[in-house]
Each structure stands twice: as structure tokens, then as C-alpha cells.
Design a protein around this ligand. Structure first.
Ligand code: BTN
Length: 328
């Protein structure tokens, strides 16, 4: 950690005044050097007050997304232990794949404030304007077989739901397999892409886009998509939310990788499943059909009642699911 990142961590974690002299002693630098760091932090948007005889205090936590902010918050064992931040990039999924090819460790995270070639599922684009949303990708090197990789998306969806509920006080749900929904509209999409060597995963990247502080949704998607600000009525500090997502993911991934199935997370996943007990249309390329969604199984497949008690297990990679009455 740089001195700036460490000072930021100290200020946030103490929540109180820290004397200039204490900081000088700790880092073995002059008062001017400490003062310069404070000026830099203020320039980045932090409200830091300096009071004679008391020292420095961090007054409020603005929505700053920067490498120092992320590094000063994320202290996981592996999820985000190595972190990259770009003001602007093409796609964090592509950046993470490149890092994967270059040998970056399991858990490396790439975050961007803006993407100019953001990718969605099924070849669609993901609109990624600056200063509002979260775009990040985590690089994973799971030791398991490629057929277990689709579960990672479900594990991430659950982690995002938990983080939103904790940090935004909103109730969030999952539209199987991996859209996160608030009040019936999508707030988060997840795109997992894999590089395999026939029978094992070389590496896999899971990219997450969360609509956080957008005040107005673009016309084309406003019926099906929303933002956390629009639903909760207050601005969210993106770094704080991202920190929570990564903390949850580290724990949930651990449970999934140990069991090698969704069993330990199943109950909580199902409790958040918005399709549960609802009519869904299965868009199977071999022929569309309808049924009632019941929940997921240990493989993360959706169990659908086709009628007359005939239960069919639907695999995420093959089909898409639509609600009959709108998006969910
Ligand atoms: C979807 O279509 O629902 C998935 C959207 C995934 C978007 C995220 S934003 C960060 C990462 N980088 C990308 O290019 N896409 C994913």
C-alpha cells in the first residue's frame, strides 16, 4: 500500500481525528508531506477537515472510485487482493482475460469507471457510462472441471444480492440464472467467459455490471431496467458496495468450490429467486415451452413444472427464461 492508501484507511477506520504528528511518526515523513497527501485526497473528492491541535478527520464518504479507495477497502484473502483500476477501458472482461493469459493470480480484479466496448450476454452491448455504475471482472482459476463453471455466475448473483441488501437496504432478487432484480427490474448483469483446455479450466472471468447511481434510465431499457439510486432514493458509494460484493463472493465461492455444487447456497439462492412459483417461458432453441419455476437443483439448473407434476431441469447454458408478464 502507498502512504496515501494507508492514510485513507487509517482515517476511515478510526472515524475520528488523527493528529498530524502521529502520521509523521508513523510514516517517518515531514508535516508538509502529510499535508500534501491530504490535499491530494481532497482533490479526489474526500472531505477532510484539519483542526489545529486535533488533527485530520474524514468527514464524509463521497462516491470516489479510484485505486486508492479500492485498495484501502479491500482486504480479502484472494478476491481482489490484486486489483487494477481504469478510468476508461474497452471491457474489463477482456482486460481480465489478458491478465489471465499473462499469469495473473486467482482473484485478480479489474474495475473501470467507464467502458467503451462493454459486453453483455448473447453478443449484446452493455452501456457503460462514466461516474455512475460499477463495472468489474474477477479472474478465477478454479481447480474444477468446465461443467462446474456456469455455477460461478449463480454464486456471483447471490453475492451481489446480499451486498445490495446490506448496503442499500433494498430487497433484491435473482432472475435465474444471473440477473439481479429490484422491484421487478434488472439492476445487474453478469457475464462469465471461460478459457478451457479440454478437460480443465485454464481460467475463467466473471464480469459484473451494476446500475448504481444512474438518475435516468435510457428510453430503450427503462421498462426492464433500473438503478439502485432510482429504487432506493439515495446515492450509493460504489467502492463500498463493490467491497461488500467481493467479501461475500470470497465466502460463497469457498462454499461452492468445496462442495462442487450449489448445495450450501441453495436455500438462500431459492429464497431470492423471483421466478419461483411463477409461470415462465423456456426459450429452448429446440422448441419453446411454458411451466412453473420451482427452484434450482444442486447443479444450478432451474426445476420447472411442465404440468401434471412433470419436472424438467433446465440448464442455463442452453436456454433463456422469460416471465409471461413482463421481464421477470
Ligand atoms: C448481461 O448481459 O446481463 C451481462 C452484462 C455484463 C456486463 C459486465 S460490465 C463488466 C464486465 N465487462 C464487460 O464487458 N461486461 C461485464
Amino acid at each position: 500500500m502507498t502512504m496515501k492508501t494507508e492514510i485513507l484507511t487509517l482515517l476511515r477506520e478510526s472515524g475520528d481525528y488523527i493528529s498530524g504528528q502521529e502520521l509523521c511518526n508513523r510514516f517517518q515523513v515531514s508535516r508538509t508531506a502529510v499535508w500534501k497527501v491530504m490535499k491530494q485526497l481532497q482533490g479526489e473528492g474526500y472531505i477532510i477537515e484539519a483542526i489545529r491541535n486535533k488533527g485530520y478527520i474524514l468527514k464524509e464518504n463521497p462516491d470516489v472510485l479510484s485505486l486508492s479507495e479500492l485498495k484501502s477497502r479491500i482486504h480479502n484473502c484472494w478476491a481482489g487482493r490484486e486489483i487494477y483500476f481504469h478510468e476508461e477501458t474497452g471491457s474489463t472482461n477482456i482486460d481480465a482475460k489478458r491478465l489471465g493469459e499473462e499469469g495473473a493470480p486467482h482473484g485478480t480484479v479489474v474495475v473501470a469507471d467507464q467502458q467503451n466496448a462493454g459486453r453483455g450476454r448473447r453478443g449484446r452491448a452493455w452501456e457503460s457510462p462514466a461516474g455512475k455504475d460499477i463495472y468489474f471482472t474477477i479472474l478465477l482459476r478454479p481447480g474444477f472441471a468446465p461443467d462446474k463453471a456456469s455455477g460461478l455466475t449463480l454464486v456471483m448473483a447471490l453475492s451481489v444480492v446480499q451486498a445490495i441488501e446490506k448496503k442499500c437496504g433494498l430487497q433484491a432478487g435473482i432472475k435465474w440464472p444471473n440477473d439481479v432484480v429490484v422491484n421487478g427490474r434488472k439492476v445487474c448483469g453478469i457475464l462469465t467467459e471461460m478459457t478451457t483446455e479440454t478437460d480443465y479450466i485454464e481460467h475463467v472471468v466473471t464480469g459484473v455490471g451494476i446500475n448504481v447511481n444512474l438518475e435516468v434510465m435510457p428510453e430503450e431499457i427503462k421498462n426492464t431496467a433500473t438503478s439502485l439510486l432510482l429504487e432506493g432514493g439515495r446515492k450509493i458509494a460504489r467502492a463500498e458496495l463493490l467491497q461488500e460484493v467481493l467479501e461475500r463472493f470470497e465466502v460463497n465461492y469457498g462454499a461452492y468450490a468445496e462442495a462442487l455444487n450449489m448445495e450450501p447456497l441453495l436455500e438462500e439462492y431459492d429464497a431470492h429467486l423471483v421466478n419461483r412459483d411463477r409461470q415462465v417461458r423456456i426459450l429452448d432453441p429446440k422448441g419453446e415451452w411454458e411451466g412453473i419455476a420451482k427452484g434450482i437443483n444442486r447443479l444450478g439448473e432451474l426445476i420447472v413444472d411442465k404440468g401434471g407434476g412433470q419436472l424438467v431441469e433446465v440448464y442455463a447454458g442452453e436456454v433463456s427464461v422469460r416471465g409471461l408478464y413482463g421481464y421477470v
